[in-house]
Design a protein around this ligand. Structure first.
Ligand SMILES: [Zn+2]
Length: 256
């Protein structure tokens, strides 16, 4: 399988993120972090990294039972997410509850991302790649772009969030935006040690996916893990694009 990244650079980036203190993982839906990167997040948690999950939507469009009330479905989803987080070793979870596949105030959502970056002080922000060529789900596109803007803007004091957050805030450096669900990887992580926990976490959402569809998901993700691992001889891997904040705006320098 051809690949265009440097395996040496990938190994360096891997060591860099394993040395992080905290990461903030911003996902559109309850299960995206686990499906795309659960093996890596479990590995980071095992290395003592504080893993914080921030979920943008209420995910109600994905609930398969049409007879559940919204309130009941939200309560069930919240319990499922807690169980998945325990499998992975997630330190804290935050939910914004925006309507799944609905209308959002994007400036307000970016403000909320900046607020969480200022509170959590992550070394890296993970999210879905909004530049995946054929991505059609706008929840993923909007989440990825606004997370990128938040990484660019969080240290600028004229961007206000809430007084109690801004007054207590000391600017810090986010070292990278790390994109999952990507085809443009520069960081590939062997998940041999944590893959079982990842797949157990993926099975924690029966309200969203169960039975043969869940079996298909495990198979499909297993196939991708094998593809991503192949260039380096890993049986199963997860792939990411790590971008420095300076690369997120008008970045036209060619790599020398
Ligand atoms: Zn999603």
């Amino acid at each position: 399988m051809p690949h265009s990244y440097s395996t040496e650079r990938s190994a360096k980036l891997r060591d860099e993120i394993l040395g992080a203190s905290r990461i903030l993982c911003i996902q559109p839906h309850h299960d995206d972090n686990d499906i795309a990167a659960g093996g890596t997040f479990a590995l980071l948690a095992d290395h003592g990294v504080e893993v914080h999950y921030l979920t943008v939507t209420d995910n109600l469009a994905g609930v398969t039972d049409p007879d559940l009330s919204d309130a009941d479905a939200a309560a069930i989803l919240s319990g499922e997410q807690q169980r998945a987080g325990t499998e992975i070793g997630v330190h804290a979870q935050y939910d914004l509850g925006l309507p799944d596949a609905g209308a959002w105030d994007e400036v307000e959502l970016r403000r909320s991302f900046i607020e969480h970056i200022r509170r959590v002080q992550p070394d890296y922000v993970f999210t879905c790649d909004p530049w995946l060529p054929h991505e059609a789900h706008r929840d993923h596109l909007r989440t990825g772009i606004l997370a990128g803007e938040a990484v660019m803007f969080h240290a600028m004091p004229r961007f206000k969030t809430r007084p109690e957050v801004d007054d207590a805030w000391t600017p810090h450096e986010v070292r990278g935006l790390v994109l999952y669900y990507t085809l443009d990887e520069n960081l590939v992580i062997d998940i041999a040690a944590t893959r079982e926990r990842k797949h157990r976490a993926m099975s924690c959402y029966p309200s969203l996916i169960a039975g043969p569809a869940l079996d298909d998901l495990h198979r499909g993700i297993g196939f991708v893990e094998g593809q991503r691992g192949e260039p380096e001889g890993f049986a199963h891997a997860e792939a990411f694009k790590l971008l420095r904040p300076r690369q997120l705006h008008c970045a036209i320098a060619r790599r020398s």
